[in-house]
Design a protein around this ligand. Structure first.
Ligand code: SF4
Length: 298
């Protein structure tokens, strides 16, 4: 529904995961506390700050007056989990009171922000409505994580995500294909599969590294030598990644606009099917290439 005078003053740009397309987006923080990943331009125009609690509560009440039946809410921007548990609980309580039909609250999170909370705090947040966190793992390879300046390691990521999982908070994680370039493609693929195997997230997706400001800008920000990858290289990286996955029941998607080949299913059930689709695409790169050009509107 479109409202001419929607009562939320968004500070743009505003981002949300594709699966939150029909959710109310509540901005409770602005930007990202880290803001240094070499591939990420999401919040480079903003300095991190916390939205005043009274403003967030005012917006919740104002939206509830015109749309009380909202069922999904996403907390923005980049890492609202950095807020104290007490602050998050105030927001979650207001959501519960004002949107009685709401089924879930979700947010982006950094592993270190999750690790900074105790198990009891995470359980309290889940009970108050925080059902799932979206985490950009990007890579399971420590060397690649360092070169992209992620500020996390394999261990810190596993620690944070298993802690969320132990508290009953669902995980939706993202791996970034091509992020290490040709030099690191194998170790990136193998260790990204390894980290997912260790975490067993409920949802996982793969995006392909893109260059909104050109490949040279990325090369400058990448802390090593970045050698760009072709479409067949990226498909091969995906094949290595999928072949090393041992997941029990993860809903897996590579259906973002950046992906060259759409894979959509459940892993491990669909692993062999995905591998066959990848092998076909590798042998017929012109088909995958055509899709990529179509997606980019060329
Ligand atoms: S932590 Fe996330 S939002 Fe922040 S700079 Fe890195 S990728 Fe971007």
């Amino acid at each position: 529904m479109f409202y001419r005078d929607f009562p939320i003053a968004y500070d743009e740009p505003l981002f949300r995961p594709p699966s939150e397309a029909d959710s109310l987006i509540l901005q409770v923080t602005f930007g990202c506390t880290w803001n240094k990943c070499s591939f990420c331009e999401m919040y480079t125009t903003k300095n991190f700050r916390v939205k005043k609690e009274e403003d967030v509560l005012k917006e919740i009440k104002a939206v509830a007056k015109i749309e009380p039946g909202i069922r999904k809410i996403f907390l923005a921007d980049g890492n609202p989990m950095v807020l104290s548990t007490q602050k998050l609980l105030v927001i979650l309580k207001a959501i519960k009171e004002n949107f009685p039909k709401n089924r879930r609250v979700t947010t982006y999170a950094l592993p270190r922000d999750i690790s900074a909370k105790t198990h009891e705090e995470l359980v309290e947040l889940r009970e108050a409505g925080l059902k799932m966190v979206y985490v950009g793992i990007e890579s399971g390879d420590d060397e690649v994580l360092k070169l992209m300046n992620k500020g996390e390691t394999y261990s810190s990521t596993v620690e944070g995500l298993l802690k969320a999982k132990a508290a009953g908070i669902k995980l939706s994680v993202i791996i970034l294909e091509g992020v290490g370039g040709m030099n690191f493609t194998n170790q990136h693929a193998i260790n990204s599969a390894k980290i997912l195997n260790a975490i067993q997230p409920e949802f996982a997706s793969v995006l392909v590294l893109s260059f909104p400001f050109g490949v040279n800008k990325y090369k400058e920000r990448f802390l090593g030598e970045y050698i760009p990858m072709t479409i067949p290289d990226l498909l091969k990286e995906m094949e290595v990644f999928i072949s090393h996955l041992q997941l029990d029941g993860t809903i897996f998607r590579s259906n973002h606009a950046s992906n060259y080949l759409v894979l959509n299913g459940i892993l491990g059930r669909d692993k062999q099917l995905f591998l066959e689709q990848l092998q076909f695409a590798i042998k017929n790169p012109e088909i995958a290439g055509l899709r990529a050009e179509w997606q980019r509107g060329l």
